[in-house]
Design a protein around this ligand. Structure first.
Ligand SMILES: [Zn+2]
Ligand SMILES: [Zn+2]
Length: 416
């Protein structure tokens, strides 16, 4: 009998943690943090045979170093690109924790221990344990993202991680040809809706950028450092307009370029990234806004980072634009701006006169593509996590004949 216990990430987007006990081995899949609320998953026993991480985003990985701080001595299994990106994100997370004044969850030494303890597993590679094996499969979400598949005692358990099935500029779509899946643990971030056509989104973005820059303004595009910044760079670099990248997106792009196979078209990313000008220090920020340009910068939800500086300088200019490019989580500065038209961050509390637009370049799949995947794979059981509106989707799947459930945090499922 296999036991699956959900430590977090159920009926929410954040703090992922899944404990799998095969009867002989115990594995932890993901150990993240809720980046907005700072909540953590239920802490597992450290008696583990291996820890697996699907990709570098902190809702899946942000608490991994704490396992080493608490005394875990075993391996972390990770794609090499994921570890490279994680090294950047976890160091940044320590800086943010220090600024908050709260006690630190982990120190630099714990991150270094994690790095030394990592064993690389690439897509389509398999790690054998005494009675089980775990293999990784391309998830199409961000560079390095994988879907882990556990095989144990004749049972096959697949976890989507965060997944996107269709191609983007940056990534090839996820693998879908799985057979004989007993349990599918599936993300469901966008299970309630479908994304607009990608090509028309790209065209809208290009149009806003051109209208702003040709009108003498500056187009500020807040974007997540890992994945989104590079995707937008690939869309915009051929317009021949000056593009600046500011913040962690620079180091994230450099990390991706060290792993050519992690992206769809390594040469194109290299070209786009070398075209972009990099803002390396705070002094440059005031200089670049003296002439029309595009600025890709963090934070994607406006909770700090260089974007705050740009908005504080440009908010009174109707010839400039601000384009939000990802889902804005409730409670963030970006969400408040969308809902109220007010930008409030620290000492700034203003109503920007900039043109404001929202275009969701999601790196997650959507309602129709999830159902298409389930129909193709026909898993015996579907457990839906990593979504805020899972219950309605469960009912819909049940009507379609699937055995689907939405676990709660702390709940255990037994598979025999
Ligand atoms: Zn993710
Ligand atoms: Zn996620």
């Amino acid at each position: 009998m296999i036991e699956i216990r959900f430590l977090g990430g159920c009926r929410e987007v954040g703090k992922m943690g899944i404990l799998i006990d095969t009867g002989t081995e115990k594995f932890l899949w993901e150990y993240g943090v809720n980046v907005q609320t700072n909540e953590r998953p239920i802490q597992p026993s450290l008696n583990l045979d291996g820890v697996f991480v699907s990709h570098a985003h902190l809702d899946h990985s942000g608490m991994l170093p704490q396992l080493y701080r608490l005394g875990y001595e075993g391996s972390l299994y990770s794609d090499p690109t994921t570890l490279d990106l994680l090294s950047i994100l976890l160091r940044d997370s320590i800086k943010i924790q220090k600024r908050s004044g709260e006690p630190l969850d982990f120190m630099l030494g714990d991150v270094k221990k994690l790095e030394r303890s990592t064993r690389f597993l690439r897509p389509n590679e398999k790690e054998d344990f005494t009675t089980s094996s775990v293999s990784f499969h391309n998830a199409g979400h961000i560079p390095g993202s994988v879907m882990p598949l556990l095989e144990s005692g004749g049972k096959r358990i697949l976890f989507t991680g965060d997944v996107k099935f269709t191609d983007t500029q940056l990534m090839k779509g996820a693998q879908t040809n799985f057979k004989d899946i007993d349990v599918l643990i599936s993300e469901s971030t966008y299970s309630y809706t479908n994304h607009p056509d990608r090509k028309s989104l790209e065209d809208s973005l290009k149009k806003i950028v051109q209208e702003t820059v040709y009108g003498g303004g500056i187009c500020v595009i807040p974007a997540f450092a890992v994945g989104r910044t590079q995707e937008l760079l690939l869309i915009l670099h051929e317009l021949g307009i000056p593009i600046y990248v500011d913040g962690m997106g620079i180091r994230a792009a450099e990390a991706m370029l060290r792993h050519p196979k992690s992206v769809k078209d390594h040469k194109k990313l290299e070209k786009a990234f070398s075209y972009a000008r990099k803002v390396r220090n705070a002094r440059e920020r005031d200089r670049i806004i003296e002439s029309p340009c595009v600025i890709l910068t963090t934070a994607g939800m406006l909770n700090g980072g260089p974007v705050v500086h740009y908005i504080s300088r440009l908010y009174e200019r109707p010839d400039c634009s601000l384009v939000l490019t990802g889902f804005q989580v409730p409670g963030t500065t970006g969400r408040a701006l969308l809902d109220t038209g007010k930008f409030t961050n620290g000492e700034i509390d203003v109503r920007p006169k900039m043109r404001m637009e929202f275009l969701d370049f999601s790196a997650h799949t959507d309602h129709d593509h999830l159902i298409e995947f389930y129909k193709k794979v026909r898993p015996k059981k579907i457990l839906l996590i990593h979504g805020e509106k899972t219950e309605g989707f469960v009912k819909e799947l049940q009507k379609l004949g699937f055995d689907a459930q939405a676990p709660k945090n702390g709940e255990t499922f037994r598979i025999s």
